[in-house]
Design a protein around this ligand. Structure first.
Ligand SMILES: NC(=O)c1ccc[n+]([C@@H]2O[C@H](COP(=O)([O-])OP(=O)(O)OC[C@H]3O[C@@H](n4cnc5c(N)ncnc54)[C@H](OP(=O)(O)O)[C@@H]3O)[C@@H](O)[C@H]2O)c1
Length: 262
């Protein structure tokens, strides 16, 4: 029985597969676990960022695998062809994802909707499908899926993005149902506003629009979210956190909107 609540060895011996390790939560989490003595398979499209991440650590601790999750046919091969020292993945950080646009549904781009579904849903289930059987066979592992407060709270312009995150949350809970009897854990992490490259991506490089999202308030940082994930990973084997929702103090919920005739 492991219980790492007070231990500085919480990451030792762990092998983490991280999607979206080039930026934001994925980059922060990859660094956190590698610094704490875990091994990381870092994936993403921006190869130079993967290379500089790996260069920060001793050889053998961060393995980089350039991967475009839009190409689901590549995912299984990456997992199956891992060197032996990285093959027994016991932590999957299913983090890569994006929001594109903030337009209301009638004005939204169908290509943006497709890309969000392909990355946030389709790729996430493909990565899970490739990695989960090994975890079950070893009876050891933790899948941490990046959902969002947008899974639970609708907002104008959140249409498909929020729906993809609701999928991630429900998929996480359904995995728990299927994994009853195994030691494999699943958690859905659901942050609110966090300043990463998320808004730059959402507004397609319009940095003014991205900065305006966080103007005059203190958003979460990638390290704040990583603190929450680390806390989950320190918990004893018998304890599964199903969902964890976190927000900046300066963010809350809207009242119901009402369209009035006059
Ligand atoms: N920031 C927030 O406010 C917030 C709040 C709630 C939930 N989230 C969720 O948290 C997750 C991480 O977001 P973040 O805030 O850290 O954003 P970010 O800084 O933009 O990072 C997104 C990561 O996803 C990767 N990615 C995107 N599309 C990909 C693709 N086709 N193939 C491979 N990798 C891809 C990116 O890597 P490459 O571009 O190098 O491929 C990047 O590493 C996302 O799922 C997001 O929906 C974010």
């Amino acid at each position: 029985m492991t219980d790492n609540r007070q231990s500085d060895q919480w990451a030792a011996g762990r092998i983490a597969f991280v999607t979206g390790a080039t930026s934001g939560f994925g980059a922060a989490f990859a660094r956190r676990i590698a610094r704490a003595g875990g091994k990381v398979i870092a994936t993403g499209r921006r190869v130079e960022r993967l290379e500089s991440l790996a260069a920060e650590f001793s050889p053998g601790s961060v393995l980089i695998r350039p991967l475009d999750l839009g190409d689901t046919s590549a995912i299984k091969g990456v997992v199956e062809e891992l060197p032996e020292a990285f093959a027994a993945i016991d932590l999957l950080f299913n983090n890569a994802g994006l929001a594109l646009g903030l337009g209301k549904a009638p004005d939204a781009s169908l290509a943006d909707w497709d890309e969000m579904i392909a990355t946030n849903i389709r790729a996430l289930v493909h990565v899970t499908h490739a990695i989960l059987p090994g975890m079950v066979a070893r009876n050891r592992g933790h899948i941490v899926n990046l959902s969002s407060v947008a899974a639970s709270y609708p907002y104008p312009g959140g249409n498909v993005y929020g729906a993809t995150k609701a999928f991630v949350r429900q998929f996480s809970l359904n995995l728990r149902a299927d994994l009853l009897g195994s030691a494999v854990k699943v958690s859905s992490v659901e942050p609110g506003m966090c300043e990463t490259e998320f808004s730059q991506v959402r507004f397609k490089g319009d940095n003014k629009a991205a900065e305006a999202v966080y103007a005059g308030m203190r958003p979460l940082s990638a390290d704040d979210v990583t603190d929450a994930v680390e806390a989950l990973l320190r918990l004893p084997d018998h304890l599964n956190v199903n969902t964890i929702e976190l927000m900046p103090v300066q963010q809350a919920f809207s009242p119901f909107a009402v369209s009035r005739d006059s």
